[in-house]
Every structure is written in C-alpha cells, then in structure tokens.
Ligand binder design. Structure first.
Ligand code: Q46
Ligand code: ZN
Ligand code: ZN
Length: 306
C-alpha cells in the first residue's frame, strides 16, 4: 500500500504532474477545489444567477452537474438548469437521456431535452443517410451549438456550462494551432465578454484531466453513460486527443503547459482578432458571421439532398 502524501490513508491515485499520492478524501478536495476556483474566477456569477448546463450523460458532464449542484446550487444561490441535446443517434442517445434524467431527478433540477429533429428537421442518423460523404460531427457540432444556445436563451441563462475537461481543452488549442485557425483560437471559451445573442460559456472542468474525472465517478459512485457515440471514430478531433495523450504520457504536465501558454497569449490574440460584429440569421435569428447562420446553411443543404 502506498500512503497518501498528506495523510497516512491508502492512496487511490498518483498525480504524475504534481508528484503527489492522494487518498480518496484528499483527492476529492484536490478535485473540487480546482472546479470551484475555475467557476469563481471565470464565471463571476452572483447569487440568483441562472446557469444552464449542457449535459450528455457522459462522465465529464455528469460530474460537472453533480459538482455545480454540490458547490454552487444552494451554497452560492446559483439557479441550475440542465439541457440535453438529443441528436437522434439510435442506440446511443436514449441511454444518455435516461442517465441525465435520473441524475436530475435525484438532485431535483429541471431538465430540458432539445431535439435536433424538432429544431432542424433532421436527426444525425438521417444526415448520414442523406449526406454520407460529410462527417456526421460536422452537422452534430453546428446543430448542437445552435440548439444549446437557443435553449439557454429561452431559459434566460446568464451562462452556459460545458463539461469539457483538460484533455479536450488542450486538444482544441492544439487542433486550432495545427489548422492555422488563429481566429477560432482567439474565440475559445471560457468567455468573459458578452456578445449579443450568444450565451457566454463556462467550462468548470477545464483544468481537470480526463482520468481524474473517471476516477471521481468511481469513487463517488456516480452513474454515467459509458458508451461512445457510434460516429466518434470519424471525428477529426480524435487524432488530436490521441496525440495529446501520447505527449502527456512522455512528458507529464504537457496539457497544463498548453493551457498556460494559451492563457499568456490570449490577450494578444483578442487584441489582434477582436470579436467580430455578429449578424442575426435572417432565418432563425441566431448569431452568425453571415446573413444565414451555419445551422440554417446545413439545413438548406440537407433539404436539397432530400
Ligand atoms: S455525438 Fe455528435 Fe459527438 Fe457523435 S456525431 Fe460526432 S459530435 S461523436 S461529441
Ligand atoms: Zn490523505
Ligand atoms: Zn439560422
């Protein structure tokens, strides 16, 4: 048995990037403290603020939900609303909705299910039949952003929380650098500036490595959707996630270094690429760069193919 670096209890994890062995209770403190710090420093929400949480049923979003409930719902008077996007992926999404519904019932939180079929006229399964050449995640990502933003606005949310972890955040930074997409890099969340029509994002688990979220669900006995989307193998992001894991494995702390480099560059990025004036889509009213938003553009494409 390896003892905890802070007490003599058996360690449940070795945190390579900090060189500490931690027992269950010290790991919990270590985990929760970082989430609370992230929410306080980037969320800046006052008592009575409304926070919508985008939950999928997967480990990260369910842990975010549980944590925000335990740390901020009653203690800080933050009003929580849960949103789940139903993309229409057979054999996958139903279970995610079930897991999320159970968690919301247990915590006594309202849940809003927003269906792609109702909002855009197509499920993701249908987009793959109509347009097999395009990666399903192209439709899914654009529709999800729009659906969650619209639903969060309908709820009257001040912020919209996502369960992205450290691996996702560092992977997104790396992906945008590799693609040379500096404008997008400048716009990555968390968002402190408010743009008309866009609910600012909050990313409570931004500094938490994926393996720690996984351990937290086991130790705290949290039920999650433990299944991968059947289209995940086609996602381009996957290669950056794998690359990130390999880099971290050979040099522990790489993910944190990527985030801190990004933080140091962020001001320069925002000065050089200030937020552009967004239009309201002629069709649905959602903010976008062009007269017609990306989601409506994709719907038009599907209508032509149908
Ligand atoms: S749900 Fe949608 Fe993901 Fe499935 S189709 Fe791609 S984007 S992989 S997070
Ligand atoms: Zn301990
Ligand atoms: Zn639109």
């Amino acid at each position: 048995m390896i003892p905890c670096s802070k007490c003599q209890a058996p360690a449940v994890i070795f945190v390579r990037y900090s060189g500490q062995h931690l027992c269950h209770s010290h790991f919990k403190v270590f985990f929760e403290r970082r989430v609370a710090k992230e929410v306080r420093s980037t969320g800046k929400m006052k008592r009575g603020a409304k926070l919508a949480l985008a939950v999928s049923g997967g480990k990260d979003s369910v842990v975010m939900l549980r944590m925000l409930h335990n740390l901020f719902h009653e203690k800080a008077g933050i009003d929580l609303h849960v949103i789940i996007a139903n993309e229409g992926i057979r054999g996958y999404r139903e279970e995610g909705i079930e897991v999320t519904r159970r968690e919301c019932d247990d915590l006594g939180l309202p849940l809003e299910v927003t269906n792609f079929k109702d909002m855009f006229g197509y499920t993701i399964d249908e987009t793959t039949e109509l347009d097999p050449e395009t990666i399903p995640c192209t439709y899914c990502g654009v529709f999800r952003r729009s659906a969650l933003n619209r639903t969060a606005k309908d709820i009257g949310a001040d912020k919209l929380g996502f369960g992205h972890n450290l691996n996702d955040t560092a992977g997104s930074i790396l992906m945008n650098i590799c693609r040379g997409d500096v404008k997008r890099l400048a716009r990555l969340g968390p968002h402190e500036r408010k743009q008309p029509g866009l609910v600012p994002r909050l990313i409570p688990l931004r500094m938490i490595p994926e393996e720690e979220t996984a351990l937290y669900t086991i130790l705290e006995n949290i039920k999650i959707l433990d299944k991968e989307c059947p289209y995940a193998y086609r996602a381009q992001r996957g290669q950056f996630v794998k690359l990130m894991a390999a880099l971290e494995d050979s040099t522990p702390g790489t993910r944190h270094s990527i985030i801190s480099s990004y933080e140091s560059l962020k001001k320069t990025l925002l000065d050089n690429f200030p937020a552009i004036e967004l239009h309201h889509c002629d069709n649905c009213g959602e903010p976008g760069i062009k007269k017609i938003c990306k989601a409506c553009e994709l719907v038009e494409k599907l209508d032509r193919l149908n």
